[in-house]
Design a protein around this ligand. Sequence first.
Ligand code: MN
Length: 202
Amino acid sequence: MAFQLPELPYAYDALEPNIDARTMEIHHGKHHNGYTTKLNNAIAGTDLEGKSIEDILANVSSAGAGVRNNGGGFYNHCLFWEVMSPNGGGDATGAVGEAINATFGSFEDFKSEFAKAAATRFGSGWAWLCVQADGSLCVCSTANQDNPMMDTAECPGTPILGLDVWEHAYYLNYQNRRPDYISAFFNVINWDVVNAKFAAAK
Ligand code: MN
C-alpha cells in the first residue's frame, strides 16, 4: 500500500488571515503531493516498500537521499496540517501546557525559544517541539525535510509540534517576513492535537 496524501482537516481558506488559502492550496496540493509521490517512487521495489513511515525515518541513514528528503517531506507535512486549526491558538493547554511551563518557565518563554529556533534556521527547514527519550520536552530545528525521528538527527525525539519555515510555506503572503509568519502560526496551533501527541509519545 503506497503512502497517500492526507486530506486537510479543514478548508484551504480556514486558516486565513494567518495562512492564506493560495499558499495552503499550493503547499498541500503541489508540495506535499510531490513529496508523497516521490517517496512512493523511491521505495518502490525496495525492502522499504510496505514499512511504516516511522520505521523508514528511524533507519533513514541507510537509505538514499530520495527517501530521506521525500520521507521527511511526507511525514513533516502530515504532522504540520494536523497541529493547526481555525479554532486554535492561545496558550498551551492541558498536560503539555503544564510540561511547557515546567520546562521553559512560562508559555511566553517557550514561545520565544520556539520562535527563535524557527527564525534562525538558515535556509529551509523546520522548528520542532519534541518529547525526548526520557520524556522531557525540547525545542530544536532541522534542515531541509529532516526531522528528529531520523537516526541522523542531532536532536533526537518524537515531534509533537512542527513549523515549516521553507519559503514555500509563507512567501506569497509574508515575502521575506518570516518572523511575522512565525507569530501568526501561534494563532492557529491546535493544542488538543499537540496534547494527544504528547500523551502518545510519553
Ligand atoms: Mn512545506
